[in-house]
Design a protein around this ligand. Structure first.
Ligand SMILES: Cc1ncc(C[n+]2csc(CCOP(=O)(O)OP(=O)(O)O)c2C)c(N)n1
Ligand SMILES: [Mg+2]
Length: 430
């Protein structure tokens, strides 16, 4: 019987004290006993109804009489089905690692490798920016400067069989997969020896033998494509995780959710990584997204989500490595990561940048820069001296400069390769 209060339900669930503890463990909310007791008279408020319905369900208590516990559109069948397969309450959460945890758990060589990779990416991208300004690179060009911590943290534990796919901001992913800088410069400059035979350019870097599947210009398209790669790995019994990167703008594309559904349904080995740099082409997340906790966007498919500070590459290494191992070995199915990051340069090289202040960029650079962060870690923990790190920077700068000079001296591709590998609707692939 239901009147205004829910005394009956609360007593069936063992009383207010027991129910309070149970709701706390479900939801991590600090609900107090007095509040739960007040429901005896006042009824259970809407926001707690599903949690209570779930308790009834778990205790095999008939809930048909308590239909008013369910929100509009939800039937008892829905609830039962959800309880048997996916969780109603996602375990999505924000991940954090303290300096102490990092010091005791991350190997020094890994810290150094992460630093080297980030520096290589940054110096490479700075050079690309220069070459673009000199008119040597055609088409669109999107730099990754500021976001290096995300890819470097992930690359530090990824295996050579794991697959990577991203959007058009893809130079860093190609560098991190180990493609020689010379080949990437050649691709950007449209020269012979370019990674995509000089036909892809900045947005379409691709190297399947390094398990890097692009470089895609259509916002969000990499999500169903990456999901397909993960499907293939599962179908062929390959032990590999797919890392599928996309932006905070792409997360609002419909195709992302179609892909999430399939990935969850088929329990595919994929980690989706939203690189939330806070802006699309010029629109902030707050202006573009109705729900800004992007790591929770997979919840309705039962995909667990985690937010992480993408400007803290050592935390990315430590915390995501555990999740990666679960996906790889325990076959947990898809996971969604939101890496909070920031790009210092414009959306592309032709962005006037009027949608944010210089001060915002400067403050992020000064306080959150991933390279400076790891540099301080290396020095403070006496892994490398400041002098050592200066030398390393000079070495990397020279490596980048040499590759770029060499690429500039290389000729254009032969004319007869121009139409090779190009899809022709009449003659298929030439
Ligand atoms: C389907 C589609 N719509 C629009 C565009 C134009 N466009 C290119 S990049 C971009 C913003 C994407 O932002 P985000 O996903 O946050 O990635 P970011 O550039 O920040 O890395 C838009 C709207 C496109 N390329 N494809
Ligand atoms: Mg963005």
């Amino acid at each position: 019987m239901i009147d205004n209060g829910h005394a009956d339900i609360i007593s069936k669930l063992g009383g207010g004290k027991k129910l309070t503890a149970r709701l706390k463990s479900f939801t991590e909310e600090n609900i107090n006993e007095k509040t739960v007791y007040s429901w005896v008279q006042q009824g259970i408020p809407d926001r707690w109804k599903i949690a209570v319905a779930r308790c009834l369900l778990e205790d095999n208590i008939e809930i048909t009489h308590y239909k008013d516990l369910l929100p509009p559109g939800m039937t008892i069948d829905n609830l039962t089905a959800a309880n048997n397969s996916i969780k109603i309450f996602s375990d999505s959460k924000v991940l954090k690692a303290s300096e102490k945890e990092i010091i005791s758990n991350v190997d020094k060589n890994i810290v150094l490798n992460i630093y080297k990779l980030m520096l290589k990416i940054r110096r490479f991208e700075e050079k690309v920016g220069q070459l673009y300004s000199m008119g040597l690179i055609g088409g669109f060009c999107h730099l990754y400067i500021g976001q290096e911590g995300v890819i470097a943290g992930i690359e530090s534990f990824a295996g050579s069989e794991d697959c990577f796919i991203t959007g058009y901001r893809c130079h860093a992913h190609m560098v991190s997969r180990g493609e020689p800088l010379l080949n990437i410069f050649c691709e950007l400059l449209g020269k012979k020896g370019g990674s995509s035979m000089a036909k892809g350019g900045s947005m379409h870097l691709f190297k399947s033998d390094k398990k890097f599947f692009g470089g895609h210009g259509i916002v969000g398209a990499q999500v169903p494509l990456g999901t397909g790669i993960a499907f293939s790995n599962k179908y062929l019994n390959k032990k590999a995780v797919t890392f599928c990167f996309f932006g905070d703008g792409a997360v609002n594309q419909g195709q992302v959710y179609e892909a999430f559904n399939m990935a969850a349904l088929w329990q595919l080995p994929i980690i989706y990584i939203i690189e939330n740099n806070q802006y699309g082409m010029g629109t902030s997340v707050e202006r573009a997204s109705a729900m800004t906790e992007l790591f929770r966007r997979g919840e309705s498919f039962g995909i667990k989500g985690y937010e992480i500070d993408g400007m803290d590459p050592l935390a990315v290494h430590l915390l995501l490595k555990k999740i990666y191992n679960q996906v790889l070995n325990e076959k947990t199915g898809p996971i969604l990561i939101e890496a909070k990051t920031y790009r210092y340069r414009g959306h592309s090289m032709s962005d006037p940048g009027k949608y944010r202040t210089r001060q915002e960029i400067q403050q992020t650079r000064e306080n959150r820069d991933p390279i400076e962060r790891v540099k301080s870690f290396l020095i403070e923990n006496k892994i490398k001296s400041e002098d050592n790190l200066k030398k390393l920077d000079l070495f990397i700068k020279e490596e980048v400069l040499n590759a770029s000079e060499e690429a500039r001296d290389i000729g254009l591709p032969d004319e007869n390769t121009l139409f090779k590998d190009v899809y022709d609707i009449n003659e298929n692939i030439k």
